[in-house]
Design a protein around this ligand. Structure first.
Ligand code: UDP
Ligand code: MG
Length: 327
């Protein structure tokens, strides 16, 4: 049985990396028995990425691409790629060669042994700033503590997914997508593949601090309700503190009526403290309510300006591989 593989790659201003990525992938995939396609998602770049895509598609019909009408973000691009990919096994990777394509044959081997999700786990990161490494380190550990499902440490989106898993992911309606969390949530047989994360080949990092923070909050809020409870705990804590303060004030009033501590200072402290707790709690509520609102609006996840390369009918090897086009 010849298997069919899809490689899903979201691209945002990756014009410098694209030709090298294609060369490396091609020489690798030629060695893997079976058919393959590369699904590139153009996420509204500001450079010549789209022209590069069109050109590659002209050269090699195994290259299919989707072009978003604007920048929708990495997680949405991965989702769109999964929607359109037609392979029995779908590989998701970054377009900057930080995820070494040389890992794919190993993933394929594990897939053939019956694993449904093979996720690459970083053991080392090269040439990424200390701030990014530190925040990532703290975040993944915090998420593991708080999340309702076991989300493995230090794993990004680089993975191989069996068709069964892709079908389940495609049927998940949520808009705020934290793909690596959803991937853990679905279950099936999962296995980690350790690797050392290479430095970016060319171009600039696209995940600004703001985007990373947004992704981190989505991850936490989508997979944990513990933050909602934080406000309850904080409320209880501040109530306790207020009682202690009141007791102290009464005590000082009785023992030393002339004490200045009973004055404005304590009131000011109490007001500040309660104000902070309330703002914090409202903030947490806001995060969840904002997301509920997003889900309720039922907007499509992305808008497509151009789709190419999906016309060819691929030989079906097993199961239902009808591509889904929800947008
Ligand atoms: N990316 C994207 N849309 C965005 C930001 C990033 O499609 O809005 C893509 C980017 O082109 C790359 C991948 O997501 O293929 C990872 O981005 P980056 O290398 O900047 O992030 P990091 O490696 O630091 O996680
Ligand atoms: Mg990168």
């Amino acid at each position: 049985m010849r298997s069919h593989y899809s490689i899903v790659i979201p691209l945002y201003n990756e014009e410098v990396n694209l030709p090298v990525l294609y060369q490396r992938l091609r020489s690798l995939m030629e060695a893997v028995p079976g058919q393959w396609e590369i699904v590139l998602i153009y996420d509204g770049s500001r450079d010549r990425t789209l022209e590069c895509l069109r050109q590659l598609h002209q050269q090699d019909e195994r290259i299919c691409y989707l072009s978003f009408a604007r920048n929708f973000g990495h997680q949405t691009a991965v989702t769109a790629g999964l929607n359109f990919a037609r392979g029995d096994a779908v590989i998701v990777m970054d377009g900057d060669l930080q995820d070494p394509p040389e890992l794919i044959p190993e993933m394929v081997k594990l897939w053939q042994q019956g694993y449904a999700v093979i996720y690459a786990q970083r053991t080392r990161r090269y040439q990424e700033g200390w701030f990014k490494r530190l925040t990532a380190y703290v975040f993944y550990r915090l998420l593991q503590q708080l999340a309702d499902v076991e989300i493995p440490l230090d794993t990004g989106d680089f993975c191989l997914l069996d068709r069964q898993v892709v079908t389940v992911l495609n049927h998940m309606p949520e808009r705020n997508r934290y793909v690596r969390g959803l991937r853990s949530w679905v279950g099936f047989r999962q296995i980690a593949l350790p690797y050392e994360r290479d430095p970016r080949y060319g171009g600039e990092i696209k995940y600004t601090f703001r985007k990373s923070l947004k992704l981190a909050i989505t991850g936490l809020v989508s997979f944990s309700t513990v933050p909602l409870r934080i406000s309850t705990y904080l409320g209880l804590f501040s109530a306790g503190l207020a009682l202690v303060m009141a007791a102290l004030v009464i005590y000082w009033r009785i023992t030393s009526p002339e004490s200045r501590l009973t004055g404005y200072a304590i009131i000011a402290a109490a007001v500040f403290f309660l104000g902070a707790v309330q703002l914090f709690s409202i903030g947490i509520l806001g995060e969840y309510i904002g997301r509920i609102y997003e889900e309720v609006k039922q907007r499509p996840l992305y808008t497509l300006a151009e789709v190419a390369g999906f016309e060819t009918v691929l030989p079906r090897t097993n199961g239902d591989k009808t591509p889904q086009h929800p947008a």
